[in-house]
Design a protein around this ligand. Structure first.
Ligand code: NCD
Length: 311
């Protein structure tokens, strides 16, 4: 049965209704169970996914490609768009969209410029999924983060979520805040002053009646939170290298942080981590970041199949 997601571009979280988000969660859970039962899925047989990556990626590209292959589909890929594609010759993202619509049934793009996924979508009549556009949005990460919170905590409503690290430049927290806000969570924002959540985002959350506390001290923040969502200081978005050097070590989650936290704290991170979570924390039962990365596969299977009508 065709759903409202058939043929849709997934460019941000705002354009997904709560019903559509639920459909994505339920479809992901169904695919996850099917994979756990060793089922061979052929939903996307005969379909092709194009992955167009103009910025580094490990998880997003590989999990999209894995998702497509696990659904019996094929993948074509530009893994180093900045260096190996015609972008280097000056081709616009719009023109790339015009090409890709005749090569693939669905495309995922990551690009350093905010708005470039929308530009690809303007060129292509096939669905385009935003795999991260500059400091803008990363909607599929937000969806897998939601899926992870539901799995780890049983429910998302009522949880206090601490978003920590580079809230200014991190696209995962921009998409995540917008999506989780609709699910009845409370927020704690933990960032150095220079990397605070952009004011329009915080204001719009508060205007919608969402509780947001700004607590720059990590220990104080985790004492009140059910989930710590830690992020990397986004080096590539800094124009002044000295400013990055000043801020890069702002936070470090250690076992001492866990001891100071509310019992049962779940720790998430979109990865890659640099120094902000010590490896000693990996042994902690609530360290969910590698499980979170694994959840990217069923969630992206759900997205690919729903926009192509193959669910
Ligand atoms: C994130 C991204 O690219 O925005 N990575 C990811 O997709 N898991 C986070 C980051 O790079 O810090």
């Amino acid at each position: 049965m065709a759903t409202s997601l058939l043929g849709r571009d997934i460019l941000d979280v705002q354009s997904l209704s709560n019903e559509e988000v639920k459909l994505i969660m339920d479809t992901a859970a169904r695919f996850e169970r099917a994979m756990d039962n060793g089922g061979r899925l052929m939903n996307m047989a005969g379909k092709t996914l194009a992955t167009l990556f103009f910025e580094p990626s490990t998880r997003t590209r590989l999990s999209f490609e894995t998702a497509m292959l696990r659904l019996g589909g094929s993948v074509i890929s530009v893994a180093d768009g900045g260096g190996s594609s015609s972008a280097k010759k000056g081709e616009t993202v719009y023109d790339t969209g015009k090409m890709i619509e005749s090569y693939a049934d669905v495309a995922v793009i990551r690009h350093p410029v905010t708005g470039s996924a929308a530009e690809l979508a303007a060129g292509s009549c096939k669905p385009v999924i935003n795999g991260g556009d500059g400091a803008g949005q990363h909607p599929t990460q937000a969806l897998l983060d939601l899926y992870t919170i539901i799995k780890e905590k049983g429910q998302v409503e009522g949880q206090t979520i601490c978003l920590a690290g580079d809230l200014k430049n991190g696209r995962t927290v921009h998409s995540g805040a917008a999506l989780l806000a609709r699910m009845g969570v409370k927020f704690v924002f933990t960032a150095p002053e220079a990397l605070a959540m952009p004011e329009p985002i915080t204001e719009s959350l508060r205007k919608d009646g969402v509780s947001v506390e700004i607590i720059p001290d990590l220990d104080e923040a985790v004492a009140k939170s059910d989930v710590l969502y830690m992020t990397r200081i986004q080096k590539e978005r800094f124009t002044d290298p000295a400013e990055y050097e000043r801020l890069k070590g702002s936070y470090e989650v250690t076992m001492q942080t866990v001891k100071n936290a509310k019992p049962g704290l779940t720790i998430m991170h979109p990865l890659p981590r640099v120094t902000e979570i010590k490896t000693e924390v990996d042994e902690y039962a609530g360290a969910a970041y590698f499980r979170q990365a694994a959840n990217g596969v069923p969630v992206r299977m759900a997205l690919l199949s729903l926009v192509c009508g193959c669910e």
